[in-house]
Design a protein. Structure first.
Lengths: 263, 296
């Protein structure tokens, strides 16, 4: 009952977000609401404003106009712009996750996988080595990394393993919202498929809300419930994933969909 | 005796005032690294330029100076700095810990307990405890400001994962006054407990990095650790070969190329004091005795 009520309220609301760099409008008037457990894909070609939007949503970039509000763990919805830096950083490493396209940005490449996963726990005051390690091994198993590699640094890992480690590192603090920026970019097709499969099962299992930025419509189709198509900084089409991808309304979306090679 | 070309204690008065202001701020915020306009000193970086500037700023004509280098009063670095201040400030110098009012140290805290009228000045090569984990200075300063110290435990975690115990033996991170995490300069971790609640004022100067920080007297200093891997000071399990001390920090001295070695106190003043008081170790020269004349 309480859970149903929880899910009734949006987790994150974007209201008329815009960002301009001088004359250039990178992002114009974007509004949407994201509910708990919902996966939203933002698709579009490069330069369409996807990454700018993601940075504004995750509080890393201040919008020129509009605002983002987020329902905190205590149930109170707050405008991100009013959060202090300490609160925002705390939110970022507890209730949020951010999966970068390049794992080197999201991981500490020189410290072991176990410490990478354990860092968020230590940041919130975990002070028992055995328990941190157990939790880290548990998460490595969940993202299908061999436990024997727990003491190896991620720079000895393959691209797919690094990306899975990055996911484990983000999910260990049990976030409710995860941002993903092209998580499958730069991976070969079979590795991509495995990673997507893993993400899909984790998202369902943990009831995660995800905002995923991608130019790959196959990723959007596989993971997301809803799709937003961006072009020139604007959202030109939005709707349920299969609706948008199977029956695109806008000419640009039709072009995007038709440019996928048939299997 | 004073060389007339120099101001008292080498630095000009304006510079000393600037350093004193940094020191006062450092004392007011225990463990916080205060930036200061470090000067070029007539010695290379890494030889204690930070410590020398702090000493120069706090030295008065009535002070008695002691300088140690790894616990020893008689190495090049210690002797040079002692002579430097004897020449430029004309202050009395000593090797006895008890008699000194200012003790400049490179990486040791004397074994003899310090008292309330003493100042311990540390020479610091790298003041930032988070440096090797987070290379960006902007980021580490922010982490200090927000007291985000999870990363420090990542280092200790790595130690345990790799060696089975916390293998950091020197520059062991401490938390000062339950707020700032601080690098106690590369002192052996054996000395960490001596920093806690010390009656003496402890000042840290890093010349190249241009930082001063401090631990005021009677301040809580806690070495970081894990619940299941608590902090343990380390010393070689042996008595001093010269004075027989069982609880002092020891240097290991290799005596030949066949694996022989001896352990002696790193603190020479402490060791000499004990020998003068009649303590002996396994290798101390015994008083010469005539052999009993042989009969038959």
């Amino acid at each position: 009952m309480a859970d149903a009520l929880e899910n009734d309220q949006p987790l994150l609301v974007a209201n008329a977000l815009s960002k301009s760099y001088g004359r250039i409008a990178a992002c114009r008037d974007v509004s949407f609401a994201l509910y708990p457990g919902e996966v939203l894909a933002i698709v579009g070609e490069s330069g369409s404003g996807k990454s700018t939007l993601l940075q504004m949503l995750s509080g890393q970039l201040a919008p020129s106009a509009g605002h983002v509000s987020y329902r905190m763990r205590d149930g109170i919805t707050r405008d991100l712009a009013t959060l202090g830096e300490a609160e925002r950083r705390f939110l970022f490493r507890t209730d949020w996750g951010f999966v970068h396209q390049d794992p080197a940005q999201g991981l500490r490449m020189a410290v072991s996988a176990g410490a990478n996963v354990g860092e968020r726990l230590m940041a919130v005051g975990w002070n028992h080595y055995g328990r941190i390690r157990d939790t880290a091994s548990d998460w490595l198993t969940r993202v299908e990394i061999d436990i024997a590699r727990i003491d190896d640094a991620p720079r000895t890992y393959s691209g797919g393993m690094r990306q899975r480690l990055q996911i484990a590192r983000n999910l260990v603090s049990e976030p409710r919202l995860v941002f993903m920026d092209e998580p499958t970019g730069g991976l070969d097709v079979s590795v991509q498929a495995r990673l997507l499969d893993l993400v899909r099962s984790l998202v369902a299992e943990l009831h995660l809300a995800v905002i995923i930025v991608t130019h790959d419509l196959a990723v959007a189709r596989l993971l997301s419930h809803r799709v937003m198509v961006m072009k020139g900084g604007r959202v030109i089409e939005t709707g349920l994933t299969d609706q948008v991808l199977d029956d695109p309304r806008e000419p640009y979306t039709q072009l995007l969909v038709s440019s996928i090679l048939p299997p | 005796m004073n060389a007339p070309a120099y101001n008292f204690a080498y630095l000009d008065e304006q510079t000393k005032r600037m350093i004193r202001r940094a020191i006062l701020k450092a004392i007011a915020i225990p463990g916080y690294q205060v930036p200061f306009a470090s000067r070029e000193m007539p010695m290379p970086y890494g030889w204690g330029t930070g410590g020398v500037q702090v000493t120069a700023a706090i030295l008065g004509p009535a002070d008695v100076l002691k300088v140690i280098d790894q616990g020893s009063d008689d190495t090049t670095n210690a002797i040079s700095i002692r002579k430097f201040f004897a020449k430029t400030a004309g202050v009395a110098t000593t090797t006895a810990t008890d008699e000194a009012t200012v003790i400049q140290t490179r990486h040791r805290i004397p074994e003899t307990a310090l008292h309330a009228n003493q100042v311990l000045v540390y020479q610091v090569p790298i003041p930032e405890p988070l440096r090797f984990l987070e290379p960006r200075e902007t980021e580490t300063r922010r982490m200090h400001a927000l007291a985000e110290y999870g990363l420090m435990h990542v280092k200790l975690y790595e130690d345990i994962a790799r060696f089975g115990h916390i293998a950091t033996a020197y520059a062991y991170p401490v938390k000062v006054n339950a707020r700032y995490v601080m690098d106690p300069s590369p002192t052996p971790k054996f000395d960490n407990p001596k920093m806690d609640n010390s009656p003496a004022l402890q000042l840290f100067g890093a010349g190249r990095e241009k930082r001063i920080y401090a631990i005021p007297p009677y301040t809580k200093v806690v070495s970081l650790d894990f619940e299941d891997h608590p902090f343990e000071p380390y010393r070689f399990n042996a008595p001093c070969a010269l004075c027989g001390a069982e609880n002092s920090y020891l240097d290991e001295i290799v005596t030949d190329d066949k694996g022989s070695r001896m352990f002696v106190c790193s603190d020479t003043d402490y060791c000499e004091g004990r020998q003068a008081a009649g303590h002996h170790g396994s290798l101390s020269a015994a008083p010469y005795k005539e052999k009993a004349p042989s009969h038959g």
